[in-house]
Design a protein around this ligand. Structure first.
Ligand SMILES: [Zn+2]
Length: 451
C-alpha cells in the first residue's frame, strides 16, 4: 500500500508545506480493454497513448494537512476501432474533482458540521459539499420507510422561524420525522404514511386540539395522553406570570429583596437545598401574596403522584377548589385542563408513565444545529437533525480499524442495523441485503490476506 492508500496510483512526487500535501500521481497500470469494441490491450495491438491531461483532485486530509492529487490522466487510443478514452479510475468518479472516499467522508461530516467549515477544511467548494449532502439525503430518504411506533410522541419544535411538528418514538427515544408545519393536516398525513399506523397503541401530545383529532380520526382506539410535562409547564408559566405581575407592582427597593426569585419559585420544591428553602421562605415572609400561587404550582405536581386515576381525579378536584377567583392565571390552567381532562388523566391508565420530556433534549439538539448553520433551508436542517444526531457517532479509537473498506451499501446496512433507517418489509430487506457487501465475508478475505 502506498502513502495514499490508493493502490491504483503510483506516486511520482510528493510536495508539502505547513498546510498542504500535493501528490503527483499516475495510474499504475494501463487499461486492459477498449470500452468501445472490447479489444484487449495485448502485445500485437497495444493501445496508443493519445495525450495526457493534468487533473487536480481533492482527497481526505492527512496529518492535519489538506491533500490534493495532481493526476496525470492518460487518454488512450484503440488501434482497432480508433476510439479514444481516458483510463477509468477506481477511486474517482468520472469527471469528479474529489476522490470517492473524500465524497463519503464529506457526507458524514456534513451532517455534523457547517458546510463552509468542511469546504474550508478540504479546500473544496461549498457547492461540492452541498451536492454530497443532498445525495446522501436523497439516498437515505429512498431507503427510509417509517414504521409506526407503539407509542408515538407528537410534539413541536421551533425550527427555522416556524413551529414544526416533531414525531417521536417514545419507547426508543428517537426522532422519526420533522414536519414542515405543526398543523393537523401535516401531522395526520405523516401518521397515515407510517407502516402499521393502525397498530399505534399510545400517543402522547400537548394540549393542541389538532393532534388529538388527528389521532382520533386515524386510530380511534389509541390511547391519547396529554403529556405531564406540558401540564406542569402550563402551571409553572402561570406562577411565573403571577410573579412577574407582582414584581411590576412593587417598588425598586422591594424588588431588591427578591433575589433569584424566579429560580427559587419555579424550581421543583424537592430540588431546592436547605439554604435555598430558607431564601424562598424569606420571600414568602415579605410577600405572602406569592405563597398560594407557589403552592398551587406544587399542588398540581402532587396530583401526578397519585396511585391511580381515581386518586388523581380526587387530588385534582381538591387542587381546583383551592384556586381563588382572582387568580385568573391559575383559573386559566384549570380551564385548559378541564377542556381535555380525559386525555390528561389517561396518563394514570398505563403502567409505564409515558412522557415527552425527551422532546426537550430534541429541542436543544435542533437549536444547536440551527445555530451552527445560519441560512440553511428547512430541508437541510431537517436532514441534519434526522440523520446527523445519532447516525454518525465516531467510534472509539481502534474500533473498526478497517473503516476504509466501508462502501455506501455497507453504510446503508449499518444504518439499518442501528435502526437509523427502517427497512420496509422482508422483501425489501432481502433486496437491500443482496446489494450489500457481506461484512463477515469481507473480514474473512482480509484475514486471509488477499488484500
Ligand atoms: Zn476499440
Amino acid at each position: 500500500m502506498n502513502a495514499l492508500g490508493l493502490n491504483e496510483f503510483n506516486i511520482l512526487k510528493t510536495e508539502t508545506n505547513d498546510y498542504d500535501y500535493l501528490f503527483t500521481v499516475e495510474k499504475a497500470e494501463s487499461p486492459t480493454i477498449c470500452p468501445k469494441c472490447g479489444h484487449m490491450n495485448i502485445e500485437n495491438k497495444p493501445f496508443w497513448k493519445h495525450n495526457t491531461k493534468e487533473r487536480t483532485l481533492s482527497d481526505i486530509s492527512m496529518h492535519g494537512k489538506r491533500v490534493k492529487l495532481l493526476l496525470r490522466h492518460v487518454r488512450y487510443k484503440c488501434q482497432v476501432c480508433e476510439y479514444t478514452f481516458y483510463e477509468l479510475l477506481d477511486s474517482v468518479d468520472t469527471n469528479d474533482k474529489i476522490t470517492k472516499r473524500l465524497y463519503l467522508h464529506i457526507q458524514q461530516q456534513a451532517l455534523k458540521k457547517p458546510f463552509t467549515t468542511i469546504a474550508d477544511e478540504f479546500g473544496i467548494s461549498n457547492m461540492t459539499v452541498r451536492r454530497a449532502f443532498d445525495d446522501f439525503v436523497k439516498d437515505s430518504e429512498k431507503h427510509r420507510v417509517l414504521k409506526a411506533p407503539r407509542v408515538i410522541g407528537i410534539d413541536e419544535a421551533h425550527l427555522n422561524k416556524v413551529m414544526r411538528g416533531v414525531i417521536t418514538d417514545i419507547d426508543n427515544r428517537r426522532i422519526l420525522e420533522i414536519l414542515p408545519t405543526n398543523l393537523k393536516r401535516d401531522v395526520k398525513a405523516c401518521i397515515k404514511s407510517m407502516e402499521g399506523y393502525k397498530d399505534i397503541e399510545v400517543a402522547t401530545m400537548d394540549m393542541a386540539t389538532g393532534y388529538r383529532y388527528a389521532m382520533q380520526e386515524l386510530v380511534p382506539n389509541a390511547l391519547c395522553i396529554i403529556d405531564k410535562f406540558h401540564v406542569i409547564q402550563l402551571v409553572t408559566r402561570a406562577l411565573d406570570s403571577v410573579r412577574i405581575n407582582f414584581k411590576n407592582s412593587i417598588t425598586k427597593q422591594q424588588k431588591k429583596l427578591l433575589l433569584n426569585d424566579r429560580w427559587l419559585l419555579l424550581s421543583n420544591q424537592e430540588d431546592l437545598s436547605d439554604k435555598d428553602i430558607v431564601k424562598r421562605d424569606a420571600i414568602f415572609k415579605i410577600h405572602p401574596e406569592l405563597l398560594l400561587p407557589y403552592h398551587l404550582k406544587e399542588g398540581l405536581r402532587v396530583v401526578y403522584r397519585a396511585s391511580d386515576r381515581k386518586d388523581a381525579y380526587e387530588r385534582y378536584y381538591e387542587w381546583e377548589k383551592a384556586i381563588p377567583d382572582d387568580l385568573t392565571a391559575f383559573k386559566g390552567v384549570a380551564d385548559t385542563i378541564n377542556g381535555c381532562k380525559t386525555e390528561v388523566f389517561n396518563y394514570f391508565l398505563t403502567e409505564t408513565k409515558y412522557t415527552n420530556a425527551y422532546t426537550e433534549s430534541i429541542n436543544n439538539i435542533i437549536k444547536k444545529i440551527e445555530k451552527s448553520g445560519v441560512g440553511y433551508s428547512f430541508e437541510v436542517l431537517r436532514a441534519k437533525v434526522l440523520y446527523g444526531t445519532t447516525a454518525t457517532k465516531k467510534p472509539e479509537f481502534g474500533e473498526n480499524l478497517r473503516i476504509q473498506l466501508l462502501t455506501p451499501r455497507f453504510l446503508i446496512k449499518w444504518l439499518i442495523e442501528n435502526q437509523h433507517l427502517i427497512e420496509h418489509n422482508d422483501d425489501e430487506k432481502k433486496l437491500l441485503e443482496g446489494q450489500y457487501v457481506d461484512v463477515t465475508e469481507l473480514m474473512n478475505i482480509i484475514n486471509k490476506g488477499i488484500f
